[in-house]
Design a protein around this ligand. Structure first.
Ligand SMILES: [Mn+2]
Length: 346
């Protein structure tokens, strides 16, 4: 049997915090839809019999019916593929969720928090998911594979570490004897064994670096063969830029804009000692640079001196800082403005 396993699509998530740009949300949501289309195209082209979706398919808080229709239309394009969905903590099976109110295509099976076994010819599929935004108990311990000679699959969403999100014990899962365990929840891929987190289908931000996509597997004579296929055409990358030798805003903008690799979305982290106040207008920056973080420090070459204006100023300022009347950040900001106003080395 052949299968595709995806998780953590988070359809309709707002992507609000990943960028300084206002339009990135819509752009990334278009890419989410594209990613789903690619998964369905792969299934069509390769006659895949099963699609496992291990939770957080959409964000309950934001998802619109139009997006559910879009999903369901895609599902109806692969009528010969059996689709199994286990709700996660972001798309729990609650009373008014689309899982319970929407009329899904007949090839779609949505699990609840009660463990269910679905029997196919030579494959038994066990699944359960969330019925609320947290889940502290599950019925994993009650699962016994009653037909161990068949291919046995578990699909669910949850944590292998201690948490409020369907905590499961890895050794307990291992002891059951499943041929494949399709998990979701952790957005970083872990496909080192047959207990697999595929990771989020597309990256949701700069805490999800690297490639994202789906797991494609085949089980023949109880032997598993699987591989990762990249689906997300973009990759989130963090890049540190030392500004210590950059002497003007124009030069800094040129440097930032020279970091320009197609299909990558950059967060530029400015480091080192700045020679001027940094306040870059994002409109002047290339489109694939979506966030700029300023971690630079100022050069403080001010010395206390009773004979110069600058020296007296610094003396007063240091007194205020030492008496905790101003914090470190304010101190640096004031010094930087003073340096602009009073000039360097005076
Ligand atoms: Mn998730």
């Amino acid at each position: 049997m052949k299968f595709v396993h995806i998780a953590d699509v988070h359809l309709d998530t707002p992507f609000k915090t990943i960028s300084d740009r206002a339009d990135i949300g819509v752009e990334r949501r278009l890419e989410q839809r594209n990613a789903l289309k690619k998964v369905i195209d792969y299934i069509k082209e390769n006659n895949i019999e099963y699609l496992f979706i291990s939770g957080d398919l959409y964000d309950q808080e934001y998802v619109r019916e139009s997006s559910i229709r879009f999903l369901n239309d895609l599902f109806s394009e692969i009528p010969n593929t059996k689709i199994y969905i286990t709700p996660g903590n972001h798309d729990p099976y609650i009373k008014n969720s689309f899982y319970s109110t929407f009329l899904w295509n007949s090839n779609v099976k949505i699990f609840t928090n009660v463990v269910e076994k679905v029997e196919n010819d030579n494959v038994n599929i066990y699944g359960f998911g969330f019925n609320n935004f947290e889940m502290n108990e599950n019925q994993l311990k009650d699962i016994i594979l009653d037909e161990p000679e068949k291919i046995n699959i578990l699909i669910t969403h949850g944590d292998l570490g201690e948490s409020k999100y369907n905590h499961m014990n890895l050794n307990e899962i291992k002891s059951k004897g499943f041929d494949y365990v399709a998990l979701g929840h952790i957005h970083k891929r872990d496909d080192s064994t047959n207990i697999v987190y595929p990771g989020s289908l597309i990256s949701l931000g700069f805490d999800e670096l690297g490639e994202h996509g789906m797991i494609v597997g085949e089980i023949t004579d109880k032997k598993l063969n699987k591989k990762f296929i990249k689906i997300d055409e973009r990759e989130f990358v963090e890049f540190e830029l030392d500004v210590s030798n950059i002497i003007s805003e124009e030069e800094l903008i040129e440097k930032i804009n020279s970091i320009n690799e197609e299909n990558k979305l950059f967060k530029i982290i400015l480091i080192g000692y700045r020679n001027f106040p940094i306040n870059i207008d994002i409109k002047l920056i290339n489109k694939n640079i979506i966030k700029i973080k300023d971690n630079t420090k100022i050069k403080i070459d001010f010395k206390e001196n009773n004979n110069t204006l600058k020296g007296l100023f610094v003396k007063k300022l240091n007194e205020r800082k030492n008496n905790n009347l101003i914090d470190e950040k304010t101190y640096e900001d004031i010094l930087e403005i003073a340096e602009q106003a009073l000039g360097k080395n005076k």
